[in-house]
Design a protein around this ligand. Structure first.
Ligand SMILES: Cc1cc2nc3c(=O)[nH]c(=O)nc-3n(C[C@H](O)[C@H](O)[C@H](O)COP(=O)(O)OP(=O)(O)OC[C@H]3O[C@@H](n4cnc5c(N)ncnc54)[C@H](O)[C@@H]3O)c2cc1C
Length: 416
């Protein structure tokens, strides 16, 4: 194991894995340090009863231009190219005729206003219709999309994602987390369960203190989440205060998932989707029997995810089962069993779901992505100006940071 690599990568999530792939074969020695005892970060597939559950990323968004689609094809992973039920509401359950279509139209109008006539405040909530009937529904969608309420979302940031997205969504039955972690290059050195506790700079080098010793490197690629960069789990040098300040402008929202097992006969149709309550901003979104499997994936965002965090998984499962019983009838309670729940906010080396810019702060993404002194490079989903909050945005940022490091180290070698 090398103790003094050319490049150390802090974090083995999608961005760190992409950076390691790009550095592989570059002639620069590389060491990846990861706080968790596993690879993948927010890409995490748990396998239970022979089925794969993505506790973090599950959808290959903008799949037609998503680098993970290409990697899946090259490495023999089956891809499900749809159609899928995302965003639909099965059989208008719990609603009067036309209500779901009316809510969808309200969302489309809000989206159009946001793009065509963005609010001068840059607060996404300021594009609401006066006296709109579907504000709770828009807030629920904001929870799923951005992890927070629209009052805390930059309209400009949201629009940058929206105009870059192809809205083509594919899945990997083996799990997006499995695909991403299997992309780790075979030759790269990796230390799991090795948190960087302090990063210091001397004249030439970067030193990364870990519980098992200090790694000295010529350059480091930092891929940690904005919660970690802005928070107190790592001691950062004062020179990085502007990056940490940018990170506070790009907080992680809250999103969690719960998986329920379906046993016996049930009314649940394969590949269907419902919202628990269109008038509740904390509602769960339920993807029913993905791939025909006997499971329901409950997705929580914003207020719903914060409630799960505050009240614990038992209460979150009880609430999810209650919402499904309201829609499908109380007999479904007998056929639903809690399987597994995420706790992204509770993992100290993650600290939430994905980044959103606060109103007026979309430019913080570019500030966060700037290199420091030709030896610190920044990657991670939050550094992408258009594909933040995704695993492909993280991938592209890792490749970008690795290329910056290669150029900088070669230039330094040439002048040495
Ligand atoms: C519930 C949920 C659903 C999602 N759904 C989707 C989806 O459908 N599609 C999609 O594209 N994206 C989705 N995402 C977002 C996607 O998972 C992330 O954007 C992406 O995985 C982030 O990758 P990253 O490399 O930037 O960060 P991370 O995955 O956070 O990687 C950073 C790594 O750094 C490590 N680390 C932190 N501190 C230290 C330290 N001090 N020393 C060493 N290592 C450290 C962390 O443990 C982590 O492994 C979802 C996320 C969540 C939470």
């Amino acid at each position: 194991m090398i103790q003094a690599p050319d490049v150390a990568i802090v974090g083995a999530g999608a961005a760190g894995i992409a950076a390691a792939r790009r550095l592989d074969g570059s002639g620069l020695s590389t060491l990846v340090l990861e706080a968790l005892p596993r690879r993948g970060g927010r890409a995490w597939t748990r396998t239970m009863a022979g089925l794969s559950f993505d506790l973090g990323c599950g959808w290959l968004h903008s799949a037609d231009r998503n680098p993970w689609s290409r990697i899946a094809e090259q490495s023999g992973f089956a891809l499900d190219r749809g159609p899928n039920a995302l965003g639909s509401h099965f059989a208008d359950l719990g609603l009067s005729p036309g209500e779901f279509a009316s809510a969808r139209r309200a969302f489309a109008r809000w989206n159009e206003r946001l793009i065509a006539a963005p609010p001068t405040s840059d607060r996404a909530a300021d594009a609401f219709e006066p006296d709109g009937q579907w504000t709770a529904y828009l807030q629920a969608l904001s929870g799923f999309i951005s992890g927070d309420e629209l009052e805390r979302i930059s309209a400009r940031d949201y629009a940058a994602y929206d105009s870059a997205s192809s809205y083509i969504n594919w899945r990997v039955p083996a799990g997006y987390g499995t695909l991403i972690t299997s992309g780790f290059p075979a030759n790269a050195d990796l230390r799991l369960a090795t948190p960087v506790e302090a990063l210091t700079l001397d004249e030439q080098h970067v030193a990364l203190a870990t519980p098992t010793g200090t790694v000295r490197c010529r350059a480091a690629i930092v891929t940690v989440s904005t919660s970690v960069l802005a928070g107190g789990t790592v001691r950062w040098p004062a020179q990085l205060d502007p990056w940490r300040e940018a990170a506070t402008r790009l907080p992680l929202g809250r999103n969690e998932k719960l998986f329920l097992q379906i046993t016996g006969d049930s009314p649940f149709e394969p590949e269907s989707h419902v919202l628990g309550d269109l008038r509740d901003p904390a509602t769960g979104a339920y993807y029913i029997r993905p791939f025909g499997w006997p499971v329901i994936e409950c997705f929580l965002g914003g207020a719903g995810a914060r409630a799960a965090e505050a009240n614990g998984p038992d209460a979150a499962f009880a609430r999810a089962i209650g919402q499904l019983a309201n829609l499908f009838g109380s007999t479904v309670r007998r056929s639903l069993r809690p399987l597994v729940a995420s706790d992204w906010a509770g993992i100290p080396s993650i600290g939430g779901a994905y980044s959103h810019a606060l109103p007026g702060q979309a430019a913080a993404r570019n500030r966060l992505a700037q290199p420091f002194d030709g030896r610190l490079f920044f990657a991670g989903e939050a550094t992408s100006a258009t594909d933040f909050s995704t695993a492909h945005g993280a991938y592209e940022s890792g490749v970008r940071a690795a290329e910056e490091a290669i150029v900088a180290l070669k230039a330094r070698r040439a002048t040495a």
